[in-house]
Ligand binder design. Structure first.
Ligand SMILES: Cc1cc2nc3c(=O)[nH]c(=O)nc-3n(C[C@H](O)[C@H](O)[C@H](O)COP(=O)(O)OP(=O)(O)OC[C@H]3O[C@@H](n4cnc5c(N)ncnc54)[C@H](O)[C@@H]3O)c2cc1C
Length: 494
């Protein structure tokens, strides 16, 4: 892996680094560049400079990624994901402060992976971690209890990817923007637009009585920040109290999981119901057990088993993180069976969500979600949740609910389809990502993605791999500390 220490961004210097990397006969697969700019480079300025033919393609690619660069750290991915540009926007001094723990050297020895890794769970968390590690040279073995991939919450037929906004630009808001950027890059690279996903934009309607104070930070309307902020979220002039999220998208999560796992360095094995993790001191290896059956041994294990992660972590004789299951149900049907439905051009979310004109193998479909249920921990479909979805839809989009009302009448129509799954969440509603506290080295987790797994899962997989390789991160280090898997264990101790 090539690394480039922080330098003030200018297009010719970046091009020169890229050129040297391209011409290095022993060129490693990935080039990492850490750079900073007082003002974010604009697409127009990059395109103007890319008249030169050699720089043309790279310049065009970079220009296409230069949207929404608010102050802070951003990860731009170019050349089919082989060039990673970590761009700090703002004064240089906080960069040194913030990134003090970051490497500033070339050709770090950690670049070549040694050892074996097993990932438990093939939802978005397991698949994203597996892909990020495989792209860095690891041979990854993924085990799942089910006989097919995406058997948990990531089997959701359709989900939305959208940023969170808050007047104080809270951590989850900044994290969600990094997640959306990472998902946009990944979906463009791996999925078929219009079939597996679409970057439609998402309208968020704030309903009266909603407890969370929504809305964007006041500073986003300043002349300096407005151009970058508008690329994220702005008031939607077509509807009162609505926000328009320009980079919002719908996605079929199981397709994403499938394409993430489709890599020559990844092996997937189903029907591997892991029950116990044990660290063998003599061999200094982690053992993965199902009853008396040793399923696998590895130097490193990543637990990405959704709600089952807590029990698996506890089986390694360490404190389990306080993961709570949060069941949810989605209702959907075919457009052809809802003749009164007037299609919307884009998904709408708020309290619940609605998307339509989504291609499926049975025809175009509409989707309406999703309930929250802390009582049950099952994939069973409940009539009460169907009615819950209808109530939510009636508040969010009254005309749409009216057009679909016959399908939602109790115990009604076989044309109404349902899907239920179980999310995993912790009290602060942030993902758990990192090495498990109190365990011998090598036990990692990525879980508790809550209601935002499709927005945050791929980013977190990238962060996990970046930590293993001591790479520049896609988010600021203080944000990473808020995600660490040990944070609840630390609270118990103090
Ligand atoms: C109804 C609903 C709507 C949602 N809508 C959205 C949305 O619009 N946008 C969004 O961002 N997020 C949404 N989410 C959340 C999102 O789906 C989840 O956050 C995400 O899929 C979680 O991924 P995961 O990989 O952590 O877990 P999962 O997808 O649950 O994967 C866990 C995997 O681990 C396996 N496993 C479990 N136990 C074991 C074991 N002992 N041994 C081996 N394997 C095991 C399971 O079989 C499963 O494959 C929604 C969730 C639900 C339920």
């Amino acid at each position: 892996m090539w690394r480039m220490a922080p330098f003030e961004f200018d297009a010719p210097t970046f091009f020169d680094i890229w050129h040297r990397w391209q011409n290095d006969p022993q060129r490693p697969d990935v080039l990492h560049v850490l750079t900073w700019a007082q003002q974010a480079p604009t697409a127009q300025s990059l395109l103007a400079q890319s008249q030169d033919t050699a720089w043309h393609n790279l310049g065009q690619e970079l220009a296409a990624q230069c949207w929404g660069l608010l102050p802070g750290l951003h990860r731009l991915r170019l050349s089919q994901g082989r060039v990673h540009l970590s761009l700090w926007v703002g004064d240089e001094s906080p960069l040194t402060e913030q990134l003090g723990e970051q490497p500033t050297c070339f050709n770090n020895a950690l670049a070549t992976p040694t050892g074996s890794v097993v990932i438990i769970g093939s939802g978005i968390a397991g698949a994203a971690s597996a892909r990020a590690l495989a792209e860095r040279g690891w041979q990854v073995r993924v085990l799942d209890a089910a006989s097919h991939i995406a058997a948990g919450a990531s089997g959701l037929p359709l989900g939305l990817v959208a940023p969170h906004t808050s007047p104080d630009d809270a951590l989850i808001s900044r994290l969600s923007r990094a997640g959306v950027r990472c998902m946009q890059q990944t979906m463009q690279r791996l999925l078929i637009a219009g079939e597996d996903w679409a970057s439609t934009g998402v309208q968020e309607r704030r309903l009266p009585g909603k407890t969370r104070k929504g809305g964007a930070p006041a500073s986003w309307s300043s002349p300096e920040l407005a151009p970058a902020a508008q690329a994220w979220s702005r008031p939607d002039t077509t509807h009162p109290a609505a926000l328009w999220h320009e980079k919002g998208a719908w996605v079929k999560p199981a397709r994403l999981v499938q394409t993430l796992l489709n890599h020559p360095q990844i092996t997937w094995q189903g029907q591997q119901n892991v029950q116990r993790l044990h660290h063998d001191r003599t061999q200094n290896m982690w053992q993965i057990w199902q009853g008396d059956n040793l399923l696998a041994q590895a130097d490193r294990v990543v637990v990405a088993a959704g709600p089952a992660s807590a029990a698996l972590i506890a089986s390694a004789q360490v404190a389990a993180p306080p993961i709570q299951p949060l069941r949810g149900q989605l209702s959907w049907g075919l457009m052809a069976q809802a003749p009164q439905l007037v299609p919307l051009a884009h998904p709408v979310n708020g309290n619940g969500s609605f998307a339509c004109n989504i291609p499926t193998s049975d025809g175009l479909a509409w989707f309406c979600g999703s309930s929250y249920d802390r009582q049950h921990n099952s994939h069973e479909v409940f009539e009460a949740d169907t009615q819950d979805n209808f109530s939510r839809l009636s508040a969010l989009l009254p005309d749409t609910a009216h057009a679909l009302r016959d399908l939602f009448t109790p115990c009604a129509s076989p044309e109404l389809r349902s899907w239920a799954g179980v999310r995993a969440s912790v009290p602060d509603r942030l993902p758990l990502m990192g090495e498990v506290a109190g365990a011998p080295a090598g036990l990692w987790t990525l879980c508790a993605l809550g209601s935002r797994g499709l927005t945050l899962g791929v980013l977190c997989g990238e962060l996990l791999a970046a930590m293993w390789h001591n790479e520049p991160l896609a988010i600021e280090p203080h944000m990473l500390r808020s995600l660490r898997a040990s944070r609840f264990a630390d609270k118990i101790k103090s």
